[in-house]
Design a protein around this ligand. Structure first.
Ligand SMILES: [Zn+2]
Length: 300
């Protein structure tokens, strides 16, 4: 039986009475699914599909590199990508991509409560942020040292969470042993004793449910916060490629890199503040000339 990594493993969730809520991952069972087409064919088709999607001009208009990473420095709201067509007929038919403050969108038709931060041209801020990343890549040795330092401080920060995870796992083991003991005792029990044991089982099971939830929370916290060797490796490989000029990173590549670096951007009128695993920096958002040409301050 052949199976394809992720994407083809269905999550069987048992419906919890009255809700359509998915079961937490650790409680779901994954089952291998037989392959209908050969792996190679499937992989080729996936690659082609991804490429088509990326090359489609319609999609390029809808891709926002900083999705979920851009926040307003005045009101703290996230920015969302928004596509705006040219107002004058026949003029700028291609339209423009913007990032808008979600608070500004919310209060579009009134002044009170509306944030003063204006929409930002996506082409400008995306290029500015990518320039910053490329600057980080210019000195790979320094970058590697900084990533190692970030790894160490992430480990230190996560130590208390790891300790809590260990305690939770011990408690789970303990509760499971109690269940075993009750099961043993029940074999010899009669009448009212059985009812008593059943009550105890219910109590322990409720406790186990709560513990499993807590365990899942800690595991996620550790997974999100960890700077793995693999993550560092991914960043360093891209850094070398970009530095040698052999990488003309596309949207997916840039997006992966921004994610790996844990990028967060805060915007105030005309300015941005970028924060990554390896440090923080301030800069000015580029102006866009008519015709979509960006006025570049620095280029790498
Ligand atoms: Zn705002």
């Amino acid at each position: 039986m052949d199976t394809f990594g992720c994407g083809w493993k269905p999550r069987y969730g048992i419906r919890i009475a009255g809700t359509t809520k998915k079961r937490p991952l650790e409680e779901t069972v994954t089952a291998p699914v037989p392959a209908l087409v050969g792996r190679e064919t499937w992989e080729r088709a996936q690659t082609q599909r991804a490429r088509n999607k990326e090359l489609s001009p319609r999609n390029a208009q809808r891709q926002y590199l900083l999705r979920g990473m851009l926040r307003c420095g005045l009101c703290g709201m996230m920015y969302t990508g928004e596509f705006s067509r040219g107002r004058k007929h026949g003029h700028s038919d291609l339209g423009r991509r913007y990032y808008r403050d979600t608070r500004r969108v919310e209060y579009r038709f009134q002044l009170e409560g509306r944030c003063l931060n204006k929409p930002i041209r996506a082409d400008a801020i995306e290029a500015d942020i990518w320039d910053e990343i490329r600057e980080l890549f210019q000195d790979p040795d320094k970058l590697l040292n900084e990533l190692k330092a970030a790894q160490q401080s992430a480990d230190e920060k996560l130590k208390p969470v790891r300790d809590k995870l260990q305690i939770t796992e011990d408690l789970i083991k303990q509760a499971e042993e109690e269940l075993d003991e009750i099961a043993m005792a029940m074999r010899a029990a009669r009448g009212r004793m059985i009812t008593k044991f059943e009550q105890q089982q219910d109590e322990i099971n409720a406790r186990l449910d709560a513990l499993a939830k807590r365990r899942a929370k800690y595991i996620k916290e550790i997974g999100d916060g960890m700077v793995t060797d693999e993550r560092i490796d991914t960043i360093m490989k891209a850094a070398h490629r970009v530095k040698r000029g052999i990488e003309r990173a596309n949207y997916q590549g840039k997006r992966r890199m921004l994610e790996a670096l844990g990028t967060e951007v805060t915007v105030t009128p005309g300015k941005y503040h970028i924060k990554t695993l390896v440090g923080e920096k301030d800069g000015e958002i580029s102006q866009m000339k008519r015709g979509g040409i960006r006025i570049v301050r620095n280029s790498y």
